[in-house]
Design a protein around this ligand. Sequence first.
Ligand code: SF4
Length: 401
Amino acid sequence: MDLLTTLVDKGLRRESPTREEALAVLATSDDDLLDVVAAAGKVRRRWFGRRVKLNYLVNLKSGLCPEDCSYCSQRLGSKAEILKYTWLKPEEASEAAAAGVAGGAKRVCIVASGRGPTDRDVDRVSQTIAAIKEQNEGVEVCACLGLLSEGQAARLRAAGADAYNHNLNTSEATYGDITTTHTYADRVDTVHQAQAAGLSACSGLIAGMGESDADLVDVVFALRELDPDSVPVNFLIPFEGTPLAKEWNLTPQRALRILAMVRFVCPDVEVRLAGGREVHLRSLQPLALHLANSIFLGDYLTSEGQAGKDDLAMIADAGFEVEGTDTTTLPEHRADALAGGGCGGHGGGGCGPCGDGDGAAEAVAGDGARADADASAAGEARTDLVAVRRRGAGTELPPNA
Ligand code: SF4
């Protein structure tokens, strides 16, 4: 396909595809799927080889959020029967993090529900970062605490945080359909604050909320402009008890096309396969390793992932290797830019409150023909695939790592 030849050439040069080319990737047929994966895989291997970075989530504070993000099981009014607990103590969070590190995780992502932290919360999280770094030498810590106020990013950086996550989640045009308690611009602002403080920005999206192909392309191009170092790609986990519970509109094939599009648009960025991979990719998960160079090990914030040992076996069976702490994740040009306080490869950028795809709700926006076709192909809800997290942080049971 001429399209794929063009996209590989551009990806190897870190050049952006056109919007039409990105849309064309999403419109490819199932007959072309392996060609699409192979082409995006060439770009992935150029910048990241066959390495897979493992990340580990620790939910510091779960549920009871005053915000109304439709996709989120922790939202205001959520009836999802998730674990609800207030702040973990620093030593509890560190213990949970240690389990992930022992399982091979290089980065620990500490997440708290809520609109954003108070200054007292930042103090608390600073102590947690210190405890994690003391117990787990060389580990990277990424904080995800929601919208930041002036000065908080710098305080987190001074406390030892390496990165800050705030996802854009969906296109600016549809943002108001999934959340009313804060805006897309709020999210962009927080990512900018993180970058300005010298934190490595992590900002991504959630696919499968009823959005159109145009919305997906819009948010991925917005992310390229925002220029995070890491782009998590979440696939909506439609939780019973949330507004998007009936939104089962992804197929494994569409999930792969979305990941390939993200790789072509963000060729040298850490593309992170995040929440919902087990639920939507199912037996095609190993193919996604040819597109993403980073995954979460074990469980998510409020739902359970596949066993950590199965993640490791999948990586080995697919011919990839877990990235060690002695290896720099990002390509040299991006790592140098980050170390120098600059912004990596492309333009400006930002993300938003928590949300690792642990959400659900009714149809949001979007009317794309491709999405509709995939919705009918996806068929019935697969609530059997969604397991609420009942182990690890906030419980007496050992974590999955
Ligand atoms: S995504 Fe974050 S801010 Fe939004 S409802 Fe969930 S916990 Fe609250």
